[in-house]
Design a protein around this ligand. Sequence first.
Ligand code: ADQ
Length: 726
Amino acid sequence: MPKLIIVSNRLPITVSKVGNKISYSSSSGGLATALASVDNIEEKLWIGWPGIAEDDLTNQEKKEITKELLKQNCVPVFLSQKQIKEFYLGFCNGTLWPLFHYFSLYTEYEDRYWQAYKKINQQFCNVTIKYANKDSLIWVHDYHLMLLPQELRKKLKEQKIGFFLHVPFPSFEIFRLLPYRKELLNGLLGADLLGFHVYDYARHFLSSTSRLLGYEHKLGTILVKDHKVKVDAFPIGIDYEKFANASKSKLVKNEIKALRAITKKQKVIVSIDRLDYTKGILQRLKAYQMFLQKNPQYHKKIMMIILAVPSRTGVNAYADLRKNVEQLISRINGAYSSVNWTPVHYLFRSVPFEQVTAFYSVGDIALITPLRDGMNLVAKEFIASKQKSPGVLILSEMAGAASELSEAITVNPNDKVDIASAIKQAIEMPSAEQKSRVKHMQKRISQYDVSSWAYDFMRALKEIKSNKKNVPVMIGPKEINKTKKDFQDAKNKLLFLDYDGTLVEFSSNPGAVSPSKDLVNLISKLAKIKGCEAVIVSGRDKYTLEKWLGHLPISLIAEHGAWIKSKSKKRWSTELTKKQDWKKALQPILAYFTNRTPNSFVEEKEFSLVWHYRKVEKSLADVRTQELKEELNYLTNTLNLGVYEGSKILEIKPTNINKGDAVRKLLKDKSSDFVMGIGDDYTDEDLFLALPKKAISIKVGIGNSCAKYRVRGVDQVLSLLEKLAN
Ligand code: ADQ
């Protein structure tokens, strides 16, 4: 069974030192609970920073801490005071955090922060590889470690690496502002699986990788040089039972009782978050102020409890926020409170679980209005806690949780009028409606809780590599030498070579890839070798192939096998009837799509129609190809036609045309003792399947294939052919 290594900025255990005494306190965070429930794992190990600067520790203490933590399956990565400042407060929370939450004006671009970030990701890598074995599953967490997947990949070739981002991934227009944007994307692409809370974030990531690195994706899978990266949404849940059952404990009951003595019959609005500018605390206070101003009838009948956990106090923006929040609270209380009524109660500290859940229990309304939030667990925790009495959730539409909690009253956090009227709506909502809304949300979040989230992610990670069965192995120098020897020793040799993507690189202009002089010379050289027959097997039409290569003593297969020109017969022939009535029916549809999709065009071949979208803007192309495929699949169902997706093309052709049949025809009368086939896309799979068992089949690029071997690109194909020719 595999070993799971979790890598996150912080360990679930915090180490502190008072005088000479080292103590350990565990945070029972959602992640720790989630991972405890993942079964089928032999051993779990957590790697992260233990929360104390190494400057405060002696070497002996560091050793002791390492030993002690290891007993609890944790491994510390020690960071110095300077590193914490530049890496954690600097790059993580001064650069990435604000930018990823769309606060571009707060974003600091400091080279020394970036240098520290790179160094510390490397440090995490060094520790992780020490503990990884060949079956390890490695799960990296969050924006602090975005370079780690690639660093690990350089050292660990076979292990499965997953990455989950707990914050939003911003749109391309925001992400592109980062000077280190390409490095960060490449860092993430070292993983096999990339998880985001909601599909919008995954979509933003895919759009950035496409626009900045030129990687396209197919249904969320990106093909990166030599491996595949699956990108998907895994909305994090909470430990539902823990919150649903919390009020049964005596401690929580006592807390609730104490709170009720203060709140009495007033309606209670709870506002619980880390004190962070992304959480929209100021905006919600302003909205509450407006509510009080507009609705004097509710004075003395409502109160708001603001529970704010101190966070990143070393970053300037946070200190300013605290000052502003406290000033506004004073202003509201100064303007509206009376001797026996305080409209806002404010707690600036972290409180134990029992108190948090007591606040959820007494809260009639949870006012959660982040300006941006990856998910927002408080919203889910509030709903889970509402087992006895109902309550109303007012939730920002900018929180990832909003897509799952659709029965909440959703608000635009920048619109204080909207929030103020939502507060009124919540106060006046009939109890039956509250109950019904809460019940629906509870059903959803209890079904997809934090364990299901972790389980799903792990399952997806494990499944990814099991697909590797169909991935051909990279051809190495040993195999190349043997191929050359077999080629030389054989009497009759047959080479089936695809053209685009195999002998020449793809180009955005399909007309611009006519063979170079060197390529023509190479093919001609191979064709002149005694007993050697070269066959170009292409999807191109016969006129183009004839123009480019017709003068060489080789065989040509055009239009994916519709036309064959054998070396011996020297003329083109086909077994298909020239009548292709279906084209007339489909041409108007293709024309309609072409008109609505700038830069796309239709190519008509004798036996097929091709819609090209190489130059179309990526997101438009995604939508249009999907629409067109659906339309065509419906229409071609009864016509024995197939719709095939190639590299930036959709091709419609009769199902009985394929490269395999054409290759079989050429192979039929020959007794070759050396056969090799090379190709790069889905149409070449038919070619590979048609080859005799002993043949050498080579897939160009990555992806599943039934070929035996794989090469990275056109360069390697040409160098292999050069070797055979010389
Ligand atoms: P956070 O930004 O920390 O998490 P959130 O998801 O709301 O935001 O989690 C906060 C947690 O802290 C909750 O479990 C809550 O109970 C607890 N908490 C809040 N106030 C507290 C207080 N005063 N005392 C004690 N505990 C308190 C990041 C992302 C989120 C994403 C999570 C998980 O920013 O968008 O939902 O990770 O992926």
